[in-house]
Design a protein around this ligand. Structure first.
Ligand SMILES: NC(=O)c1ccc[n+]([C@@H]2O[C@H](COP(=O)([O-])OP(=O)(O)OC[C@H]3O[C@@H](n4cnc5c(N)ncnc54)[C@H](OP(=O)(O)O)[C@@H]3O)[C@@H](O)[C@H]2O)c1
Length: 288
């Protein structure tokens, strides 16, 4: 089986390439090798490899920057998936496209089902939703939209590395208490994508995160505790809890970010508690 991965140098892309089963031939493409906003390059690359499956792990993921660069965000998050879906359709391939909880407004108080109404609060969420719509319209039978949330990995721009960086300077980070979600390791998402690839009949929208619910503040406290216990940090600075109102950012962020993943767990795919995954990723940072 041949699997083409776009955005292969991002957090999820790397985890996917590093965990490919032996029976799979992976064709990893970072942005420098394949810019998904170039329709012709996308078509040529897909025609050349004739993959069975394309996984789109590319995205413009800077939520705040998207507010001042809406056209760029739209090219990467909406048009890119559209070009990939067209190329997949022409080549007879499946497309697994990664999306986000930011398609929701975070006003819910129970985990979001894949069928819940979307209502993005900002440019990032809107462009991601338009990308989902394009994929589902062009390739309804052979596409999976996998929404996830709060991704982190040992390498990359993410909450874990930001908190570690601030704590290494011994400054006490200020972290919001009124945004809750499930910290999710990129490796967990990669594992579920390989599961989905092994289920050729699956299509439609699905959700995946690790298990459990935490505020950003809880996540930061856990990072401090676990990183100190493992010796990744010499000592933990105190963390100051703040409200979203006290921590203004260019983009509005949803308060409630929990996704219902029973469409996948009911198939026997296991989800692990976020704190256990955090420990594993910190161990990886320690070993690096
Ligand atoms: N991070 C999260 O918390 C989170 C949560 C939910 C869903 N997601 C979704 O998951 C997917 C992967 O996210 P991630 O966390 O792995 O993000 P990431 O680490 O930022 O990786 C995204 C990758 O996409 C590449 N890219 C950007 N523009 C591109 C283009 N025009 N053509 C090809 N590649 C391009 C980036 O390359 P450069 O770095 O060279 O620009 C980067 O390697 C995205 O679709 C994102 O929306 C992420």
């Amino acid at each position: 089986m041949k699997v083409l991965v776009t955005g292969a140098r991002g957090q999820i892309g790397r985890a996917l390439v590093n965990s490919a089963p032996a029976y799979v031939k992976v064709r990893p493409y970072g942005r420098m090798q394949l810019n998904i906003t170039d329709a012709r390059a996308v078509a040529e690359c897909v025609q050349f490899h004739k993959p069975d499956v394309i996984v789109n792990a590319a995205g413009f993921t800077c939520v705040d920057r998207a507010e001042s660069a809406p056209e760029h965000a739209s090219r990467v998050n909406s048009k890119g998936p559209r070009y990939l879906a067209m190329a997949a359709r022409d080549a007879g391939a499946r497309l697994i496209h990664i999306s986000t909880n930011f398609v929701f407004d975070g006003e819910a108080s129970a985990p979001y089902l894949p069928t819940a109404a979307t209502n993005p609060l900002g440019v990032y969420g809107l462009t991601k939703r338009n990308g989902e719509d394009a994929v589902l319209k062009i390739l309804p039978e052979r596409s999976v939209i996998l929404r996830t949330a709060w991704i982190y990995a040992a390498e990359g721009h993410n909450f874990l590395n930001t908190i570690l960086r601030i704590m290494r300077t011994e400054a006490p980070p200020r972290v919001v208490v009124d945004q809750v979600g499930t910290p999710t390791s990129a490796e967990s998402v990669a594992a579920v994508i390989w599961n989905i690839i092994g289920m050729p009949e699956m299509n439609g929208i699905h959700h995946w995160t690790d298990t459990g619910i935490a505020s950003r503040y809880d996540f930061a406290l856990a990072i401090a505790e676990e990183a100190t216990a493992l010796g990744v940090l010499p000592r933990a600075a105190g963390i100051t809890p703040v409200t979203t109102a006290e921590f203004p950012t260019p983009a509005r962020r949803p308060h409630y970010n929990v996704l219902d993943k029973t469409s996948l767990t009911s198939l026997g795919i296991n989800s692990i508690h976020w704190r256990n995954q955090l420990r594993d990723v910190l161990q990886e940072i320690k070993n690096a």
